[in-house]
Design a protein around this ligand. Sequence first.
Ligand code: NAP
Length: 309
Amino acid sequence: MEKVVIIGSGCAGLTAALYTARANLQPLVLTGLQPGGLLTTTSIVENYPGFPEGIDGYELMMRLQKQAERFGARVQFGTVDSVALGGQPLVLTVDGERLETETLIIASGAGHRHLGLPSEALLEKKGVTYCATCDGALPMFRNQPLVVVGGGDSACEEATYLTRFASVVYLIHRRDSLRASRIMAERTLANPKIKPIWNSAVTEVLDPALDKVTGVKVKNLLTNEESVLDCAGLFVAIGHVPNTAIFKGVINMDENGYIIPVRGTETNISGVFVAGDCSDHVYRQAITAAGQGCAAAIDAERYLAARLE
Ligand code: NAP
């Protein structure tokens, strides 16, 4: 039986792994479908303390994994299918295999929110994407007009990144000002290749019949007028949804699926702790996720020590 299993290999999960490994608990980290978490899909991270020049998101996560492994953490590619947390041992089914553990740290993070349009789903990976750093350099986007939807830091980051490849980047936002941090918003709006389109929503992605993106239908939310904007790609950057579906009905969560801890990082289930974006919809930073991962590791360690008394 494992002493500590950590679901998720982002900043929260790998920091929990580092701390529990250094406590000699040989944690097992299950990576999920995106080893290293969402930060691996970002470009340069400028606000993680200790890196005055910034650090590539992928590199940061690889370093963190290496650091955890150095002290005995084991990182295994795997996805949790279901959980049975009714008592000890806690039981997980991981890619069809049974896994028993004394403690569980949920650091499953969050995935990209979708607009929810049928045409968006039909054209996913055919010009509709959720990650500029992953897909922006594809030949189909080179020297073409591209559209980014959203008004937060992610949308600003995606739009700025895409200016390297696009002829022009239209930033479509449903309000008349950006929600992004001031420095990101100012940098974005000062970029001559980025054209903001305010108070507007994408209502349809064209053209599923051609099996590629040729444009988007845009509705002005003040006048209700609809127009077509030609583009070769749609980059959706409208926030995230927590990866917590397998815990529904078992672990306390709010109506949006964010896990609600009962005290510190403890959940309503004894021996189960939570950290990072799957429970935090307020701060959602790499450094806060890492901090919560550290706290969850300390809580799990204390829980295990108390069981031995
Ligand atoms: P966010 O801050 O929640 O922003 C989401 C944006 O999408 C908002 O502008 C929102 O509009 C819009 N939106 C939401 N649902 C929509 C819908 N159905 N249709 C159209 N627009 C929709 O998410 P985020 O930008 O992904 O950022 C998440 C967190 O990560 C934040 O804390 C951010 O600071 C952090 N982050 C930091 C960096 C960095 O510092 N380098 C980079 C990326 C992200 P409204 O404004 O109207 O709500």
